[in-house]
Every structure is written in structure tokens, then in C-alpha cells.
Design a protein around this ligand. Sequence first.
Ligand code: GLA
Length: 364
Amino acid sequence: MKPLLFCPVFLASLASATTVTSRPWGEIDGTSVTLYTLKNQSGASVSISNYGGTVTSIIVPDKNGKMADVALGFDTLAEYREKSPYFGCITGRYANRIAKGKFKLAGTEFTLATNNDPNHLHGGDQGFDKRIWNATVKDSELVLNYTSPDGEEGYPGTLKTTVTYRWTEKNALHINYEASTDKPTVINLTNHSYFNLVGEGADTILDHQLQINATQYNPIDPTSIPTGIAPVKDTPFDFTKPTAIGSRIGVENTQLKNGLGYDHNFVLKTSDDGKLMKAAILTEPKSGRTLTVSTTEPGIQFYCGNFLDNLPGKGGKIYKYRSGLCLEAQTFPDSPNQKEFPSPVLRPGETYRQTTIYQLGVSR
Ligand code: GLA
């Protein structure tokens, strides 16, 4: 059966023009891992693994129709396991930070890994990004399921999670999240794709123009825990108009110092009304590529690759400092401990729902 290993399996093309193929992508402790590719009729595609629900590539045209992969990542599963700074994955059960790895629910204190000393980050030592998800293909969508047992990484409640990826004819990646629990718990799921709209491996993202639909953000302490909500007006955090990311990143500013650059949650709304809104628009002037992020979430973390440090990525290309950026739709960091933030609590009988759309495009 060996030849089959390298032969893509044609999985779906019936209900939409998007085709889904798959190929084996290694195994972990005897469980096989698969890489799926969702391709539309124009030839634009995304590849996603059921290891961490990781988006490994997003191949889209520039203003002249030239294709490039705009997502940072690696060629092999082994590299994702060994050294990934959360490239493309689903982070959970609680994306972003929880102060000192502690929170209380109904009077009981829970203790989590402090894997980002002194805080908890992205679900802990073995977060959702490091799990093998069950994958099925339905109507050209990739449906991933993961059940996180009660007590996993210190979180209460068995959490049943479904993440559905859809790739449209118009080069939009739709991500739908759903989850339910059998005990009260906290939840914050996101996708951690790193973008460079010139193409992965290109120079820094400092010339990318960013607009964020937020008049407020969460300032942070020196350990990156929010200290409240503040206006962006008259600060380097005002992205209400399209602004080059590099234009103010070097100014003297305590918040830029605390985040080592931009690594902050922007407040899209202060209550979680579940309505889809346009959160951010990113434009890269030379290629003309654009990325519009819409989400139902109340916040979006703008992280500009401050921890990238000459990391060898796909094809041995070197991902240098600030050569990729993330726009992570989420609820606010540390919200289990901050009562004035939208609540991250999920109770039995409720369904957690989130939709985020990464719409790739071009402007001429
Ligand atoms: C998030 C955090 C950053 C960093 C990256 C991963 O975006 O906010 O501080 O930990 O993940 O490197």
C-alpha cells in the first residue's frame, strides 16, 4: 500500500466548487496525522492539518495574479511539534494569557500551567494546538472535533469542541467554532495564523498598512496582563485609519515597551453580542494583497511577530524579527480574572459559538 501514502485522496467537490484533497502527514504515538488542501476553482488554496487544526499555507494571488503563500509555517509535522511559535494553529482551551495561571469559578480556584512565566498562555503545556483532532470532510468543509477531558491542563469540565474550516471561491477562510461543556468552565478559542502579504519568508511586515475597528484597547503590565480598557486616541495604538505598522513602533511608549512592540488586545465591543463585524483590514502596498478580518468575538489581538528571531521556516526560508503578524479574534486576555471584561464562562446547556473570516483580496 506504500505508493498510496504519496497519492492525494480526492475527498469532496460536490456541493461547492472547492475541492478537498488529503495526504498522510506523519504520525504521533501511532495516530496518523493528515494534511488537507481546500482549493477553489481559481487555484487559490489553504492547507490545514488535523494536528492542532493548523493552517499550514494560504496561497492567493497578488494584484497581477501571481500566487504566493501568505502564511508562515513549516514543511513538516516534526518542525511544528518541535519549534512552532503557534503558527496557524487553533489555540485553546483558553487562548492568550491568564494571570499567574489561576482563576476562580463559583468559589473554587483552578491552577493552570504557568508556561509563559509567570502566566498561563494558549491553553498550557499541551494546548489544543498540540492535539490531534478528528477530521471529516463534509460538503467541501473540513470539520475538526476534539474532546478535552475534564481536568485537562487544569481546566474544569469535559469540553466538546468542533471547528469547521471553509474556503470560498472568493478566497475567504471561514472558521466556525462550537463547544459545549458538562461543568462550568472558561473558553477562548482562536486561530493563530501569522501573515505576511508579500509571501512567507519576505521582509518585515512594518510596511503593511493596518486598520483596526477599535477606539479602545487593553493596556498591559510588563507581563502582558491587561490592566483595564483605555482609548487609542493620541497613542501609537490608534489604527482607526489605515496606518503603516512600522510608523510608530519605535516611539517611546510604555505600552510598546511592555509588549515588546504590538502585542495587545483591541476592543471591538465591550459585550459579547455574537454579531459578525469587520474587525481589521490589512493592506500590503507592493503586492496589493489585502486581508479583511471579520469576527463575532469582542476582541482581536494584534501581535506583530516580536518573538520571531531568524526562525527557519518553509523551504529553509528565514523568518526574521517581525516578518509575520497575527490578528487573533478572541475574548479579552485574562478575562476569567477581570469582572469588567466580557465573560468567558461556558456553562452546561450553553453552546459557545464563534465565527471568524479571513478574507484575502487585492486592491489595485
Ligand atoms: C500571542 C501572544 C504573544 C506570543 C505569541 C506566540 O500572540 O500574545 O505574546 O506569545 O502568541 O509567540
